[in-house]
Design a protein around this ligand. Structure first.
Ligand SMILES: [Zn+2]
Length: 293
């Protein structure tokens, strides 16, 4: 499709493992579309009816399996599509590795900060324009983070409420020295997907926050032997796989509960006014498409 015809308030972006879920896990599927954008077609967005509201669901890495690694995701097309569909809030999930000693595979984490170590991704919609000088504290939407934490409390699911996510380029995993460096600069988790999603969402005044499940130990955090031919080659101890699966299978329930909490919130966060200064100055108009064109 070329122009978005559906309208949704909230988009759930699924990470590793998202393709295993049936649509029904999040709501009743009423439509499925791909949005044409100036950056190419977006990933397919499923429109789901859930609790009297329409939400979108987009699987970053593909719909049938892990077909697209992090550096090759068309982040700009996906976030542009979200805006075109009317999305105001994005709830993202990601499965990083644990750097912090208190984090273990299968743990749930609501990160509160980010270090960008990506190298060659388009990081902005505003190429060669004099706009986009935007404060990044809070980097993640505090309102969605509150909703996530309230959902987890209500479901009696423990979660880590503070963590700094380091985003690398990938798709390779990190070297031991890189992980030592990341720990020294304050990183608690290492993953490949939240950048530039979070920054692009902010540029289009969309709230964005992630929920992470720890999928393995970062390199060198534990003494773990190299295991040939298995996922992460040994950095996910065999006995921990069940904890990771349990965290993944909890996602639909956590998402549904978070959506309920979000429905009673009113975007009192700064996200929706990220470009206000430029509007006030007359640098940009109200039509966000003209900011990018
Ligand atoms: Zn917000």
């Amino acid at each position: 499709m070329s122009e978005a015809t559906a309208s949704i308030d909230v988009l759930v972006i699924g990470g590793s493992g998202a393709y295993h879920f049936s649509s029904e896990a999040f709501g009743v599927e009423t439509d499925r579309l791909t949005v044409e954008t100036p950056f190419g077609p977006s990933a397919p967005v499923r429109i789901l009816q859930s609790q009297d509201r329409s939400v979108g669901f987009l699987s970053r890495h593909g719909e049938r399996g892990y077909s697209l690694t992090a550096p090759f995701i068309n982040y700009r097309a996906n976030i542009y599509a979200a805006k075109a569909l009317g999305v105001q809030q994005i709830l993202a999930w990601s499965g990083p590795g644990a750097i912090h000693g208190a984090f273990h595979p299968g743990d749930l984490v609501v990160p509160d900060d980010l270090i960008d170590l990506t190298r060659q991704r388009p990081l902005t919609f505003f190429e060669a324009k004099g706009i986009g000088f935007i404060r990044q504290n809070p980097v993640f939407c505090p309102e969605i983070r509150r909703a996530l934490q309230a959902a987890m409390d209500g479901l009696n699911r423990p979660c880590h409420r503070q963590a700094t996510y380091v985003c690398t380029e990938g798709p390779r995993l990190e070297t031991p020295a890189e992980i030592r460096y990341m720990r020294q600069i304050g990183g608690d988790l290492v993953g490949m997907t939240l950048v530039p999603e979070v920054f692009l969402a902010r540029e289009l005044e969309i709230c964005y926050a992630p929920l992470c499940y720890i999928s393995n130990y970062a390199e060198g955090v534990r003494e773990l032997p190299y295991e040939k031919g298995v996922l992460f080659e040994g950095t996910l101890p065999a006995g921990d796989g069940k904890r990771v699966d349990a965290a993944l299978s909890a996602f639909p329930q956590i998402v549904r509960s978070t959506l309920e909490h979000l429905a009673s919130m009113h975007r009192a966060c700064p996200c929706k006014d990220a470009m206000l200064r430029y509007r006030k100055r007359g640098d940009i108009g109200e039509d966000w498409r003209s900011w990018i064109a």
